[in-house]
Design a protein around this ligand. Structure first.
Ligand code: 5GP
Ligand code: ZN
Length: 142
């Protein structure tokens, strides 16, 4: 028998729902989160790469000739909110960024950015890596 128990909590203005579907399986969903919607295919995006754990798609407001976002399918609001158990998943996102940089032939260099929190300019509270390339970047960033 399938049991459904959902509980709700608020993280950075987003309602999170953890649904226990069958014994031992758990899905992390966030119904209002645009990146969860992209990951579920409910919101259109230009998907570059996808596997069981992550999705990469082009940023709607490119800040460089190549600007790709890499997100986990699991809803994690910020880097600060990620747990020790999510270390492999975070590593997976980085390796996906590296693979895409190679596929996109960003030979002269590229930048991988995570904005953590409002003060750092984070506007979508579903953790994501920005992969930027195809132009010269200055340091420090603005
Ligand atoms: P943040 O500011 O949180 O680090 O980055 C969020 C990024 O998501 C921004 O660069 C923004 O342009 C991008 N973005 C926001 N909404 C959408 C969307 O609906 N589709 C796509 N492809 N990118 C989005
Ligand atoms: Zn989400």
């Amino acid at each position: 028998m399938r049991t459904r128990v959902a509980f709700f909590d608020m993280v950075e203005g987003t309602t999170n729902v953890t649904v226990f579907m069958k014994r031992g399986t758990k899905k992390h969903l966030s119904p209002d989160c645009i990146f969860c919607k992209i990951a579920r295919g409910e919101l259109k995006s230009q998907i570059i790469k996808e596997d069981d754990q992550a999705v990469a798609f082009r940023d709607i407001n490119s800040q460089a000739p190549t600007h790709i976002l890499i997100i986990p399918k699991k809803h994690i609001p910020t880097l600060a909110a990620a747990s020790q158990q999510e270390g492999d998943l975070l590593g997976h996102l980085l390796l996906m960024a590296r693979q895409i940089a190679s596929d996109e032939k960003l030979e002269s260099g590229y930048r991988v950015v995570i904005n953590n929190g409002v003060g750092a300019g984070q506007s979508v509270f579903h953790i994501h890596l920005h992969l930027l390339g195809g132009r010269v970047f200055t340091w420090p960033p603005g």
